[in-house]
Design a protein around this ligand. Sequence first.
Ligand SMILES: Nc1ncnc2c1ncn2[C@@H]1O[C@H](COP(=O)(O)OP(=O)(O)OP(=O)(O)O)[C@@H](O)[C@H]1O
Ligand SMILES: [Mg+2]
Length: 293
Amino acid sequence: MYIITTENLTKKYGEFTAVDSLTMNIEEGGIFGFVGPNGAGKTTSVRMLTTMSPPTSGSATVCGIDLINDYQSAKGFIGITQQHISLDRDISVKENMIHHALLHKIPLKEIGGRIRELSELMGLEEYMDRTIISLSGGWKRRVSIVCSIIHKPKILFLDEPTAGLDTQSRHMLWELIRTLNKNGTTIFLTTHYMDEVASLCNKVGIINKGKLVALGGPDELCDELGHIAVEHIDDNGRTSYRYFPNRDSAQEYIKTFSEKKDVMMRTTNLEDVFLELTGRDVKAEKTGKVIRV
Ligand SMILES: Nc1ncnc2c1ncn2[C@@H]1O[C@H](COP(=O)(O)OP(=O)(O)OP(=O)(O)O)[C@@H](O)[C@H]1O
Ligand SMILES: [Mg+2]
C-alpha cells in the first residue's frame, strides 16, 4: 500500500519551476528520506504534499486521498513539522500544545491525556511550564514535533528536523523518530545529512533543481552506482572518484597507477551517490545521471 503517490507533480513560481514533474510512490510504514542541495525543491514538495501549497499541475494522493480535489479530507491524516519553527514563543510549552490540539478540534476531554502521553514520549515533562523562548533549539524541535502529532497523523513530514542541533540532540531525535515509526507513523524526512538517511531511512529520494534524480533503498542506490569506490588524487591535487561492482574490478583499476599512496579503495556510501547525481561543487553542471531501483 502506498501512503504517497505523485504523478508529474509540478510547482511553478511565475516562469521558474521549483518542482518539476515529480513522480514517485512511497510505501506506508517506513521512513523516507528526501534529500537535495539548497533550493532543490524539498520544502516546496513537502508544502504541496501537506496541502499548504497547491500544485501548478500533476496529481498526488496521500493516504489514498486525492490532494487536488479533496485536500480538506487529507489534512487529518497529515502531520508537519516545518523547517522554520512556528511555535508561539511567549507562551508555555503546554499552552502551545493545547493550542494545536484545539486547532485540530480534538475533544476537550481527550486533550490532557494526549498531551501527557506525548510529552512523556518526548521527555518533555519537566519543560511543560517553560516559555518557548527560554528553550534551546533541540527542545523547541521536540515541542514542535508533539504539536504536529497531537492529532495522531498517519504520516509525519519532518522538514530538516535536526538542522543546527548538536550531536547528542540529533541522536535523541533519531530515537524519537524511530519510536514514532515503530508506533505506526510513516515518516517523510528531509535532511542534508547523509549519515541521518543511512541510519534512519529504508528509502531515499534525491531531488536536484526540482527533478527527482534517484529513488530507492540506501544500499540499492550505492550498489547501482558501484559497491566499491576508488578515490585517486592526481598530480594537481584533484581527487577523482570511480565506482566498481566489486573489489576485483577496483583492484584492476588501481594496478594502472604507478604511485599507490594517492589511491584509496573503500565501500561506496550515500554521500557518493548524492554528489555524483547533484554535482561535487555548487556550481557543477548536472551530470544528467538518474538512478531508480
Ligand atoms: N514562494 C516562492 N516564490 C518564489 N520562489 C520560491 C518560493 N518558494 C520557494 N521558491 C524557490 O523554489 C526553489 C525551491 O525552494 P525550496 O524551499 O523548496 O528548496 P529546499 O530544497 O527546501 O532548500 P533548502 O535545503 O535550502 O531548505 C528555490 O529556488 C526557492 O528560491
Ligand atoms: Mg527547505
